[in-house]
Design a protein around this ligand. Structure first.
Ligand code: CMP
Length: 141
């Protein structure tokens, strides 16, 4: 487990937090649980309950949407925003493709994150819109 100064330093390298001040990142470093997992770990299962937003600090994950479509996520990417926002079951299965360092935020921590850095909400909406567009495009082929 990293201490707060090291966690702050690490979070400064995460693209999602680019453009935030040192103070904001230091506040974010107080939130969330840091998790280290090995390659092959199942992180979320489609259809199951889950209520965390998980941000990738290091490593890569594979998201399997539907039966076959896979999307690779890397540092600064996140998953879990859909179930957290609408309360529904996980829409896809997520697995660690490599060893990973993650920051998991529960509902309360997520709302603290948005209060600390409202810019993050815009970034989340952009990614969500891209995911919807990609999903639409894959249905039409
Ligand atoms: P959630 O439904 O909570 O859990 C599974 C997660 O996979 C989902 O939130 C998104 O974060 C992610 N996900 C779902 N569909 C896609 C997609 N098309 N591209 C990238 N990530 C996705």
């Amino acid at each position: 487990m990293l201490r707060r100064p090291e966690k702050t330093q690490l979070l400064q390298t995460v693209p999602l937090f680019k453009a935030l001040s040192h103070r904001q990142i230091s506040q974010i470093a107080r939130l969330g649980t840091e998790i280290v997992v090995g390659a092959g770990t199942r992180l979320a299962t489609a259809g199951e309950y889950g209520r965390e937003l998980v941000i990738i600090v290091e490593g890569r994950a594979t998201v399997t949407v539907g039966r076959r479509r896979t999307v690779s996520l890397g540092p600064g990417d996140f998953w879990g925003e859909m179930s957290l926002v609408d309360g529904g079951p996980r829409s896809a299965t997520v697995e660690a493709a490599t060893e990973m360092r993650l920051l998991a935020l529960n509902e309360h921590e997520f709302s603290m994150l948005l209060q600390t850095a409202p810019l993050i909400a815009i970034k989340l909406m952009k990614v969500l819109s891209q995911r919807v567009r990609n999903a639409e495009a894959s249905y039409s082929v």
